[in-house]
Design a binder for this molecule. Sequence first.
Ligand code: CA
Length: 359
Amino acid sequence: MKRYFARILLSVFIIACASGPVSAGDRKTVIAHRGASGYLPEHSMAAKAMAYAMGADYIEQDVVMTKDNRLVVLHDHYLDRVTNVAAAFPDRQRADGRFYVIDFTLNEIRQLEMTEGFKLVGGKPAAIFPQRFPIWKSSFQVHTFEAEVELIQGLNKTMGRTVGIYPEIKAPAFHRHEGKDISRAVLQTLKQYGYMTKNDPIYLQCFDPAELKRIADELFPEFNMAVKLVQLIAVSRWKETMVYLGDNAYPYDFDWMFQPGAMKKVAAYADGIGPWKSMLVGNESTRDHLAITDMVREAHEAGMVVHAYTFRLDAGRIPAYASSFEDMLDIFLNRVGVDGVFTDFPDRAVAFLRKTAPQ
Ligand code: CA
């Protein structure tokens, strides 16, 4: 009898662990990066539904704010790479030539056609990923963060699964410099939709360490909530995170995050890190001699999960030390030991894990 109860207790413990905060060594996580963006325009509702159907564990939202304080799902805080804004509102660009989301109302943004990412080549739009969904085909629009959360929660109901959300607060320092507290708005929305604790199916990510600390130390207590936080790690010269001194903005210096002991400092406010692949495996690596950095080991020792970005199978996106997309997954998931991957091709990562996971 005693043994019977012990067994029940053990299984309860295992279930509790399985549904609790993800820790190193748990099942690997597939994060659909901007949805199934390898197949449909990034951040379109169609790409999100497809990622869901492909079996992703989490679906990513990049979140930016409009002029009228609404949250929309777009990778950039400007509109020109993925919409027809330049044709629809030709006189609304700033001095740098860009059309900023924050200068447009939600109603204006809803009038735009959204497409696969493009750049202007000789004045004409050319697809950034030529093998992907053709630009300016079919019909896609920018949607709100709320609408996407409702899509995923609705699918969780009809499909009987629990797929998580993985929102990224984009350029919080820029938003605050423009008078908008985007983090506060994101937390309000998360709370409204029931994402409140570290056991809920959400990771909240940001590149800006100062903002993550502010969320952990000030906003979480104020909102009486605390969801899992992920520190994204950039290379300083990408200018992914800016620091404002008056009206002048300077790139944040990420160098400290590559020093010994840095992961312990990050773990003081975050539950995980989102590093670039090249920060974990040096580009000088060969298949037999991988130059694996200490970052994953140090992050795990500090109790954090590691979700690396971005796994793509487009031409030129698989490092020379990997022989295929699946080989690249094998290297990162099984040899480097990351806990999850951000990928534009969630079907391929799900299939890889189903084939290779221990039964
Ligand atoms: Ca992102």
